[in-house]
Design a protein around this ligand. Sequence first.
Ligand code: ATP
Ligand code: F6P
Ligand code: MG
Length: 319
Amino acid sequence: MKRIGVLTSGGDSPGMNAAIRAVVRKANYHGVEVFGIYHGYEGFIKGKMELLDLGSVGGIIQRGGTKLFSSRCPEFKEKKYQLQGIEKMKEAGIEGLVVIGGDGSFRGAYELTKLGLACIGVPATIDNDIAGTEFTIGFDTALNTVVSAIDKIRDTATSHENTFIIEVMGRDAGDIALWSGLAAGAESVIIPEEPYDLDDIITRMKRGEARNKKHSIIIVAEGVMPASKLANMLKEKAGIETRITVLGHIQRGGSPSAFDRVLASRLGARAVELLLEGKTSRAVGIKNHQVYDYDLREIFTAKHKADTSLYTLSKELSI
Ligand SMILES: Nc1ncnc2c1ncn2[C@@H]1O[C@H](COP(=O)(O)OP(=O)(O)OP(=O)(O)O)[C@@H](O)[C@H]1O
Ligand SMILES: O=P(O)(O)OC[C@H]1O[C@](O)(CO)[C@@H](O)[C@@H]1O
Ligand SMILES: [Mg+2]
């Protein structure tokens, strides 16, 4: 293999740039050229790409976002566009592709492998919702962003004795809510993976009040309901007044944490090794601190599970 491509797809995540850098540097180390494909699968279909040399990925390891831009590209789900993209790759002499993105991007990569293009997935999404890896690139940074925001909100919540509902991202996954709730000492956490109990939330608040604690923090994952809906429910059921904060896209930006930079460097480099070993339809990940690889099809068969022991612990520590 003498030439490969790399693209970033789906919602961006801090550390994508570090992963691109690792792919380019590792491939160059082995004498392989890398073409950066712009705007995810949109650029793949159109053949929008550029040779990335060693210098082109200098100074990006610390930058959030993605140098290659990203997109959600619904038309890519149609086979005719996938074939069109594969033709563009053939014309450019690209024999393998590293796809940096989330579960949807992995599904796209798998379709390409069925059409004959060697692909390796690198998990990068703030949602941490890929079953094959304990951590996805960007989750740690997003988590730290959320925790620092909650800490600030707690200051004012304490001063004014308010209850705050904080809505965090995670379309179908509760990891951001769960981990940030535990890290910031939230009184209640609501995640898609566990049924919530409004009465329990109210009881916790009343119990706090009885101890003269008049402020509370409730974290709700966007996949369950908007913070505004929960605010209405608490008002209607128990007459509880709340303030809401929707953290939104602040969670996707920012300089990647050291953890995410290291993870991205390890996973990006391993993806290149796999392509050079002649592998295809694999994804890379981390388990027990070790880099390993797994079948891309796990995206269809295995569902990411939130760590319910963290959920239980969070409840036990916020009685
Ligand atoms: N079943 C599929 N077949 C082919 N391509 C797909 C499929 N699902 C998703 N894709 C492609 O992958 C792109 C990104 O998917 P999606 O929007 O689900 O984001 P993601 O990669 O899961 O990242 P995140 O969830 O972090 O935003 C889609 O816009 C589409 O181009
Ligand atoms: O910016 P968009 O396209 O609305 O995507 C938002 C979604 O993307 C994610 O941030 C993941 O990338 C989810 O947590 C969120 O639901
Ligand atoms: Mg996804």
